[in-house]
Design a protein around this ligand. Sequence first.
Ligand code: HEC
Length: 119
Amino acid sequence: MNCKLMLVAACFAGLSGAPFAQETQSGDAARGFKAYKHHLCDTCHGSVGQGGERGAGPKIAPAVWPYPAFAQQVRKPRQLMIPYSEKTLAENELADIHAYLRTIKTPPAAKDVPLLKDF
Ligand code: HEC
């Protein structure tokens, strides 16, 4: 590994506060769905992470951010999103939410939906 790459890796690990080993979290998707609603993520990001109305929150699924970046955003949002500390949202709940979002599939293209072909 060259020096630049190592620097980027160290920087990323430092920013997220989590080692790379945690990049794949093993949360429970069913519990995550409940936590996603309970913590009101859906009010801004939509019930399947499709993005909120009038730009309330961006689309966050099905292209889910890797866990360290995801956790960093939820703990210390970079712009307008409200921050969730570990007091209000435990680390295991956050992993569950991440697992739930990862179960969301890409919807078919409009051209592949028979009912939409005539539009
Ligand atoms: C009050 C509205 C609101 C709530 C509630 C909210 N978010 Fe956000 N979220 C935002 C906005 C606005 C952004 C854009 C970046 C920013 O403002 O930091 C964002 C960005 C994100 C991003 C990064 C996606 C991107 O492209 O910027 C993730 C991941 C995310 N939110 C996850 C969550 C999760 C998980 C929850 C619940 C624990 C949650 N959000 C609750 C408004 C919200």
